[in-house]
Design a protein around this ligand. Structure first.
Ligand code: VGL
Ligand code: ZN
Length: 189
């Protein structure tokens, strides 16, 4: 059982239309994240959402020789936060993936996320959002590297799972970094 305390932040990773059913890079179970996220946000003193925010010439698009279909082009409808998210509960938004040459999976990569967290006195982050095997994993690993305690909300994440086992391997990597895991129902509010 974890207690939410001052010094805790909730990071909501990429809750964007393109990653949800009907979107161009849909995570099959993506909509499962919204019930726990919306329920928990009011209990955190600081809630930050990341958004994948790519230029058209991003090297990771298939059209440019990379692995991914078009998704989260900066400023498009697909890059908007899902209407299922209670966006009025978000204190800050961090755009990532804006550099055309790097994957931009992590909310900490070439952003001011670590500074924002420190400015708000955050020592521990709870991580939710999409996708478990890419941006949730990368954000959690970088949170650990930046010196934050990290707790992943297992019912508030969902995986692309392009290769079977990707989600499990992602959880193993996060665990090996020192991240912990809990279900949102096991948080003391
Ligand atoms: C993501 C693949 C490409 C993610 C972003 O948000 O997990 N995955 N860009
Ligand atoms: Zn992307």
């Amino acid at each position: 059982m974890y207690h939410i305390e001052p010094g805790d932040a909730l990071i909501v990773v990429d809750p964007q239309n393109d990653f949800l059913p009907g979107g161009s890079l849909a995570v099959p179970e993506g909509n499962r994240i919204f019930e726990p996220i919306n329920r928990l946000m009011p209990f955190f003193s600081y809630v930050v959402a990341t958004r994948d925010w790519h230029p058209r010439d991003h090297a990771y698009f298939q059209a440019n020789g990379g692995p991914w279909p078009w998704h989260c082009l900066a400023g498009t409808q697909g890059a908007q936060f899902s209407p299922l998210l209670h966006a009025e509960q978000i204190d800050d938004v961090v755009s990532k993936g804006t550099d055309p040459k790097t994957d931009g999976y992590s909310g900490f990569a070439a952003t001011d996320l670590a500074e924002k967290l420190r400015m708000h006195g955050i020592r521990r982050v709870f991580v939710a959002g999409l996708a478990t095997d890419y941006c949730v994993k990368a954000t959690t690993l970088d949170a650990r590297s930046a010196g934050f305690d990290a707790i992943v909300l297992t019912d508030a994440i969902a995986a692309i799972d392009a290769a079977p086992g990707d989600a499990e391997r992602a959880l193993d990597e996060m665990r090996a970094s020192g991240a912990q895991f809990t279900r949102s129902a096991d948080l003391a509010l």
